[in-house]
Design a protein. Sequence first.
Length: 607
Amino acid sequence: MQYALDAISAGTASQAQIQNGGNALWERLRAGTIGAELEPLRDENVPLAIRLDVSGADEAIPWEAMIDDRRKRPAAAHDRVLVRHARHAPAAKGPRATPLSVLIVVPGRSGLPVDAEIPAIAQAFRDRGVAIRGGKCDVLRTRVTTTALSRAFEAKIAADGAPYDIVHFIGHGIVGTDGVPALELNGQGDEMHEMPPAALTSMIEAGPPALIVLNACHSGAAAETKGLVGFGQELVAAGVRAVVAMQQAIRNDLAIEFADAFYGELARCGRVDLATTAGRRRLLQKQQADTAGAFAIPVLFLAHQAETLFVPSQAQEVRPAATTPVIGPPPPPLAIPEQLLTAVRGGWCIPVLGPALVTPTRDGGALSWTPGPLAQHLAQKCQFPEQSILQAMTTLGHRIDHLVLQRVCQHYEKLRARPALLREVKAVFEQEQRIPAIHERLSSWPVPGFVCTHFDGFLERAFKRSVRAYHAVSSLEARAPSASESGPLLVHLRGSASEPNTLRLTEADHDRLLDAMNRMDRETSAVFGLVTAQAGRSLLVLGASSWDPWLRHLLWTLIPRDSYEQNTVFIAHHGHTKADEAAWSAFAVEWINAAPEDVVAAITEQL
């Protein structure tokens, strides 16, 4: 069953693996005297609360995925509650009185769509007549540094002598190279700053909030380093009554669904444990093939007798607030370089599109058609043997997912032959009926063409829906279209899912792709004509990784070395690093620190 448990921990488990792994966890829980005491409680058919006190290696086990022998999921069942006991936690004080004070923390440059999640939290309380201090949630966003966050905590205590009742974090979480989970805040410059549990604990020592919700990937993960602990254990030991966090990567839409159900139930009953169960149950109801284990991602760490955050009878009716206050300046409008706007309007710009055009998750990637989730899906189908590589993707994400996909596809092809691989990839994309809004916008741009480095085919589908003329090629050696063929040229670097026989998936395929780049005819190649037809033509890189060597090699091949300074390469990337800058140092690069969706939306509005 270890393979099933590993898949659950990695967030890649199938329905069958969830069932098998969940049953194994249940049998482990029932071992010894615990099972003898548990059984009669189940037979009484009354609500049952299970509090897990685990440590060491057991803490990293996804207990929330348990399924009992009656096919009930304790973490998400209406008559079950599953929480984790926080060791060394001080005794919880009584419930908080209303009005409740709420702080929502949203670091800038996360690329996450938060405009719906922020007001929904306050609305959940208003709808159920629960008073919020000032009638509004405080919001700290745009540039959230450690200093800004610490001052927000201090300012609240200085204002009325009490800490916030609820702190809700929306952003990215990672597991650092030291094995300790961390939240991403804004650094002093353009870089992101990784905040470990100990740093957040230090900020709240003067007055711990009653509830902290970390709606970020890996924020609920156990520390992998002996002697250190994750956010849940650390914060509750510091006096926080309850910590709700995500122990794995979670898709952004599911994180929002969880928050909606969580706060709706919390406002109704005042209990954090029941609210967490309601959130998990919502994720179970939204379950799909690639999100079978999502209900087990939220984890609740609870101090002793801290289930009740407030008593609903204390709730007071308040009128909905007209606006939400913001701590700090409002986010400025996104500035698009005038040179780029001019290039797009004049037809001098070639957008280069990668798989990360859409930012769907709180750690960068769980859409089924992007390289990481697709590699996970295919790995399950072919029992890919190198599980450590798949595990590495949870930390490194888009930096290596395209390389892992090649390796998985190579194994799949070797095991089951190429036709089976192509059929499986085609089936994944046939399930994706919705065209992302960013592709719809791009299809309206007056540019001569696009280079698509991923094979999702969404841009071509957007062109077909708009009934706009276009010409597509899936070979770098394809000849330029004739003058009579109007419309932008779509170059599919790795083929297109709509034409499976054109796909370049395996490591061997990419060896041949590199060879094709070197053999392109400068006089007749459609790709050469697209990029070099006009002096000073610029490129706009959207959602493509600097870790993709095939993309960089293509640009090195297309752009003459004596005109690097004339062909500006604009790259949209929020929170790029010095290493990213070094990877593109051979070109005249101008960085745009924003998510691709925001850049494309801003340009489209100004066309």
